[in-house]
Design a protein. Structure first.
Length: 85
């Protein structure tokens, strides 16, 4: 039960109210989160705590992201690009 409430919380945090973020984050979460290692899950959860303008700039490639997130943000962007093909 605790696991499902934790997943529900993360799922809710993926919904940001900004179209671009609502395209990137929930789809990535639903597809990838369950197969991630624990350390990557924690990093993803930390990423969700960042402000929307920063997430938007990073995911759109308008700005370089903070070092701990660089690989994860690149992976999320590539995931979305593959979905569009």
């Amino acid at each position: 039960m605790e696991e499902s409430s934790h997943l529900a919380k993360i799922r809710y945090q993926c919904r940001r109210g900004m179209l671009e973020l609502d395209v990137f984050l929930p789809q990535y979460f639903e597809s990838q989160y369950s197969s991630m290692k624990a350390s990557k899950k924690r990093l993803f959860e930390q990423l969700l705590e960042e402000p929307d303008p920063d997430l938007f700039a990073w995911l759109m490639g308008f700005d370089d992201c903070k070092p701990p997130y660089k690989e994860l943000v690149t992976e999320i962007r590539q995931f979305q690009l593959q979905r569009q093909l």
